[in-house]
Design a protein around this ligand. Structure first.
Ligand SMILES: C[S@@+](CC[C@H](N)C(=O)[O-])C[C@H]1O[C@@H](n2cnc3c(N)ncnc32)[C@H](O)[C@@H]1O
Length: 231
């Protein structure tokens, strides 16, 4: 597989830690079968035609889908929306392709690589109908906070790719990251809170329990959802 950072071997802070984890036989099989049609490498070399990729469906970007269980459930529940799911984690990519294959989900595409490069170089303006960031790595140590995905620079990169009115949905079980998310999202001029009180949103019914969320809940963490609209 190509370098998950894409073809740009530039020095910059990344929001993920490359992991070497075993790909199961089933995941590898799903990759072989479905990658040619449903997978794409983030090489930063072309602008994607989302209309063609998703047969004209509205498209939501999901950043960091992990093992993809929640992604597959959301795709099955809403076949009229395309999900462009991005992660660097190979076993998860195989897992999601396997889930999509077994459940006949034609509305999921899997992108391998760094979402920042995807946004910066491969997505056109006003092409996204939404963006989901569920349980992004919390990077708990203070010296790692700069690696957190939800920061003003990220929001500025995403905003022009979102159609006006498109919703950015974030969720986290890391209290202090939730506070940071609320702060930077509320301060950003391109987004407005969907909640009249300017706070967290009640957990929407359409978001299934994710794997990381389950682990957080087991530890007694409280989960916060944030729903902000692109102005
Ligand atoms: C803590 S996991 C959460 C996974 C899943 N959303 C869940 O709730 O179970 C965060 C995921 O985001 C991915 N990730 C972090 N930064 C990323 C980036 N810049 N581009 C693509 N994936 C990224 C990681 O590889 C990891 O799989």
């Amino acid at each position: 597989m190509p370098d998950p950072a894409g073809a740009h071997h530039e020095r910059r802070i990344r929001s993920f830690q490359p992991r070497r984890s075993r790909v199961t036989y089933g995941q590898a099989e799903a990759m072989l079968k479905r990658w040619p049609d449903w997978g794409l490498d983030i090489d930063g070399k072309r602008v994607l035609d989302l209309g063609e990729m998703f047969d004209g469906l509205p498209v939501v970007l999901e950043i960091g889908f992990g093992m993809g269980e929640a992604t597959a459930q959301m795709a099955a529940a809403d076949p009229g929306t395309g999900i462009l799911a991005v992660d660097v984690h190979t076993p998860g990519q195989g897992n999601l392709l396997g889930l999509a294959d077994r459940n006949g989900l034609n509305n999921v595409r899997v992108a391998n690589g760094d979402a920042i490069i995807l946004l910066r170089e491969m997505l056109g303006d006003a092409t996204l109908d939404g963006c989901r960031v569920y349980f992004p790595d919390p990077w708990p140590k203070a010296r790692h906070h700069k690696r957190r995905l939800i920061q003003p620079e990220f929001l500025s990169l995403l905003a022009p790719r979102m159609k006006p009115g498109a919703v950015l949905h974030c969720a986290t079980d890391w209290e202090e990251y939730a506070v940071q998310m609320l702060e930077v999202l509320s301060a950003h001029p391109d987004y407005e809170n969907t909640q009249a009180d300017g706070g967290y949103a009640p957990r929407p019914d359409f978001r299934p329990l994710t794997r990381f969320e389950g682990q957080g809940l087991d530890k007694g963490h409280v989960v916060h959802d944030l729903l902000f609209r692109r102005k």
